[in-house]
Design a protein around this ligand. Structure first.
Ligand code: TNX
Length: 551
């Protein structure tokens, strides 16, 4: 029986190659599944003498070689010295990393990996590709290679394989809301490692909201002195009234040094950190710190309940300049080509009632409050453009028209992304129905309290970021997709990991693996081994249901 299944398996793998179909099975269990992967004869067995080599003069390969050593040492305990090599040097018993100029269809992030009894060679046109080759290599090894301390194993080996791989999309992201609940820097660094393992390349940090301001701004210290702290937090679901409160002060913020450390750590892992400063809505924490930014003159506390809120920034020139000062510091901290300015859920009631805003609308010759928001966002857009950056915002920024060079994050539905791409904007797909990882992932009764909704693993997996309605030219505007972890009901890093995994594993395949090579049953098979990896890496994931639950 065993022989028979192995034979069938081998035949299936062979078939997959003959038809030039991307192979995702062949026992290699890699997530996200590579474009082409073939098992070849033999295995490379590591020992105390194994080295990590890269060509002299290959400035790009050196850091990845050092990274490879750092991820293999804890579990193996081997020294794995890193050294440069002459072109004709012997390459036995070594991991060899090489950047090769010739792209040969691999693109900026692709790589080729070959392993056999002599060792493993990874080649890539750029450092990012080498880095992804290293992630695949780790997954070729036994799952306890992810252990952060010496594993109980005598022999470490890599199966013989020939892999060629590159991503489907350029933007492979997750968003983490650190405004509703502050998450310690150490967790952000751990989360970056977890994303890197899945070949994700973007982490969007939602740094400001009504309930907290989390980024130190030197020019306006009260943003964190006041805005980073709230007196208490509503308990249970905010939809459940009467509200009761926990009576506990909550807060925290990242210093500029913390953020530089996060950015550098992410860069070493080929992850871009996209900072978000919310405007003109979701602004109560900032208004609590500087009441002159608001519309009513009233002294507001940092907000203690969840939900959309009327307190938005006013439209004065001084407020626009204040926010540009904030963005100037943001730009100096984050090298991201994209700076996120929010733009969502800005209720216009206070603008309608404010004589000052109405006078501004008149003076600027604008039609209404929607055009006022457009003007507000365009001022940020132009400011960022001068600094060599691009504005990105939630899909409401599209209302009232917007410069094509603004990128739209489509959250209210795939259709918002379609309309934006048709209007010539670049788009990141982030629709609630497929990418809101704050939604329930199982039966409500057996899950921790969540905001609502239902987004099980298979639904994430079945998401295709390229809607059929788009022409090929319009499809070029779809940069990729992103999962969201809004944290109204997620107070700890442990809970955030529970919501993120394994749904992020599924999303990684949505954004990396060719659409025709994806299949949920195969993914679930591979996930078994992958969860062992996560276990070893200390990721507190949710155990998938045996079958999709019904509600
Ligand atoms: C909507 S998505 C929001 C967030 C909430 C989230 C909860 C978006 C741009 N705005 O403020 O946290 O829903 O799911």
């Amino acid at each position: 029986m065993r022989i028979k299944t192995t034979l069938i398996h081998a035949a299936l793998c062979a078939m997959a190659f003959e038809g030039a179909l991307p192979s995702i099975a062949c026992g290699l269990s890699i997530i996200p599944a590579p474009v082409h992967a073939e098992r070849v004869r033999g295995r490379f067995v590591l020992d105390e003498e194994t080295r990590i080599l890269f060509p002299e003069h290959d400035a790009q390969a050196g850091p990845t070689a050092a990274y490879l050593a750092s991820v293999l040492r804890p579990a193996t305990g081997y020294p794995l010295p890193v050294a440069s090599m002459a072109p004709d040097a012997a390459r036995k018993n070594a991991f060899v990393l090489i950047t090769l100029d010739k792209a040969e269809g691999l693109g900026a992030e692709g790589y080729r990996l070959e392993s056999n009894r002599d060792g493993v060679t990874i080649t890539a046109p750029r450092a990012a590709g080498l880095f992804y080759g290293v992630q695949t290599l780790r997954q070729l090894m036994p799952a306890d290679i992810f252990s952060r301390s010496r594993a109980d194993r005598k022999k470490w080996s890599v199966p013989g394989a020939a892999i060629e791989d590159y991503p489907r999309f350029r933007w492979r992201g997750m968003m983490l809301d650190v405004a509703r609940y502050f998450m310690p820097k150490e967790f952000i660094l751990k989360f970056i490692d977890e994303l890197a393992l899945h070949k994700m390349n973007s982490l969007h940090l939602h740094l400001t909201d009504d309930q907290g301001w989390r980024i130190e701004i030197k020019k306006y210290p009260k943003l964190t002195e006041v805005g980073a702290w709230r007196a208490e937090t509503v308990v249970r679901h905010a939809g459940q009234k009467p509200w009761t409160f926990d009576g506990e002060r909550h807060g925290g913020f990242y210093t500029q040094d913390d953020l530089r450390e996060i950015v550098a750590y992410a860069q070493e892992r080929h992850i871009n950190i996209v900072p978000e400063i919310e405007m003109p809505g979701h602004a109560q924490a900032a208004i609590a710190a500087y009441p002159e930014l608001g519309n009513t003159g009233e002294a507001l506390p940092v907000r203690t309940v969840w939900g959309v809120n009327e307190n938005i920034f006013n439209a004065e020139e001084s407020t626009i300049l204040f926010l540009q000062d904030v963005l100037a510091e943001v730009v100096s901290l984050f090298p991201s080509p994209y700076i996120h300015v929010g733009g969502d859920e800005a209720v216009k009631a206070q603008w309608q009632q404010s004589a000052a805003v109405q006078a501004r609308i008149q003076a600027l010759g604008l039609k209404d409050e929607e055009e006022m928001q457009r003007y507000f966002i365009m001022r940020m857009h132009d400011f960022l453009l001068e600094k060599g950056r691009r504005l990105i915002g939630w899909d409401e920024i599209l209302e009232g028209g917007l410069s094509q060079s603004a990128t739209v994050m489509a959250w209210r539905g795939v259709e918002k992304g379609v309309v934006s791409a048709q209007a010539g904007h670049d788009v990141v797909m982030a629709p609630t129905a497929f990418t809101y990882f704050d939604y329930y992932q199982g039966k409500k009764e057996s899950e921790p309290l969540a905001i609502g909704g239902f987004l099980p693993l298979d639904k994430v997996y079945r998401f295709d970021p390229l809607p059929e309605a788009l022409t090929p030219a319009e499809c070029d505007h779809i940069l990729g997709a992103q999962g969201q972890i809004w944290t109204e009901y997620i107070e700890t890093p442990e809970h955030a990991e529970y919501m993120a995994f394994p749904r992020t594993c599924a999303l990684s395949e949505v954004v990396w693996t060719p659409q025709q090579a994806r299949d949920f049953a195969g993914f679930v098979d591979r996930l078994q081994k992958h969860l062992d990896r996560l276990e070893n890496a200390g990721v507190r994931y949710r155990k998938p249901d045996a079958k999709r639950p019904r509600r």
